[in-house]
Design a protein around this ligand. Structure first.
Ligand code: C2E
Ligand code: CA
Ligand code: CA
Ligand code: CA
Length: 279
């Protein structure tokens, strides 16, 4: 038994070492990738359920790696959480979103919102409000053109700190969506303390909503609660017409998912806008 304990310790230790090494490697790669222009955004439409009009686009980061091909954000963002390179990459994402928003206004879509995902480290970075403010000025855009997506996990890390960060960004006019709603802890306590505008029902509830009664009930209760609080509710991961119909009938405001569109590479965004939106 004693020997086993020793082995376990060794395995654990080795695993930690590997994770740290992997992280350090990724940090270096991200820095290089930024310099080499390997990052881009894909934009996924968010539609008004009742009218099918485009409400906005969520900006999703893409990394075209020269050897590994397209690397999923889920495979590098969590690993790099808190690193200075992730913060730099986050700023790159924000600037790109401003550029795209400007172009979208220029083709005549004045009310389309861009939703930007913020990591926890980025959200609490003291330089963020100044950076956003300088971009508003540079691009001559208003904060109403953007929505900042924060996960539940980010918000509950330190609720008091989160409220201060939100208030600072709110003063500039930014609004907030809570991402991955229902998958974290204390989903309800912060709703009454935080200046939240939009709640995003996580796709894990949507996928099985018509087969699994628990998922269905959770979604319907969430929609009712969010609406009763006077907020907007969006469902992500909507893949079928039947899901869309059920969500629409039950008063879900906004819909995002493969049923309408997969995330669109930024190079194809204006083709999509020309063919699907401009009326
Ligand atoms: P998320 O913010 O929850 O984004 C939604 C994810 O669901 C996206 O995955 C999107 O492509 C996917 N999705 C949307 N509709 C459907 C659907 O109908 N079916 C299925 N199966 N999937 C759908 P993606 O693009 O791989 O992004 C994964 C996560 O990476 C995001 O989850 C977000 O947490 C993170 N992420 C992406 N871009 C950024 C970014 O710029 N900054 C930060 N901090 N995180 C980002
Ligand atoms: Ca998101
Ligand atoms: Ca989500
Ligand atoms: Ca997510």
């Amino acid at each position: 038994a004693k020997d086993n304990g020793g082995d376990q310790y060794f395995i654990y230790h080795g695993d930690m070492f590997q994770r740290v090494a992997h992280r350090v490697m990724m940090e270096g790669e991200v820095k290089q990738a930024l310099a080499k222009g390997q990052f881009s955004l894909s934009l996924q439409p968010q539609l008004v359920a009742k009218t099918n009009k485009v409400y906005g686009f969520e900006a999703l980061l893409r990394w075209q790696h020269p050897e590994r091909g397209m690397v999923s954000p889920d495979d590098f963002i969590p690993i790099l959480e808190n690193s200075e390179h992730m913060i730099a990459l986050g700023y790159w994402v924000i600037r790109r979103c401003f550029q795209l928003s400007k172009k979208i206004k220029q083709v005549g879509l004045d009310d389309v919102v861009i939703a930007i995902n913020l990591s926890a480290a980025q959200f609490t970075d003291v330089n963020l409000p100044d950076y956003l403010n300088s971009l508003l000025d540079e691009f001559q855009l208003t904060a109403a053109s953007f929505e900042l997506e924060l996960t539940e996990q980010t918000l509950v890390k330190d609720i008091d700190k989160a409220i201060i960060s939100m208030d600072n960004l709110r003063l500039l006019g930014f609004s907030f969506a809570i991402d991955d709603f229902g998958t974290g802890y204390s989903s309800l306590a912060y709703l009454k303390r935080m200046p939240v505008d939009v709640i995003k029902i996580d796709k894990s509830f949507v996928f099985g909503m018509l087969e699994n009664n628990a998922d269905f009930q959770i979604i319907m209760s969430t929609i009712a609660m969010v609406k009763n609080l006077g907020l907007t509710v969006i469902a992500e991961g909507v893949e079928t017409q039947a899901q869309l119909r059920s969500l629409t009938e039950n008063d879900c405001d906004l819909i995002q998912g493969y049923f309408f569109s997969k995330p669109i590479p930024e190079t194809e965004l204006f083709e999509f806008i020309d063919s699907e939106i401009v009326d």
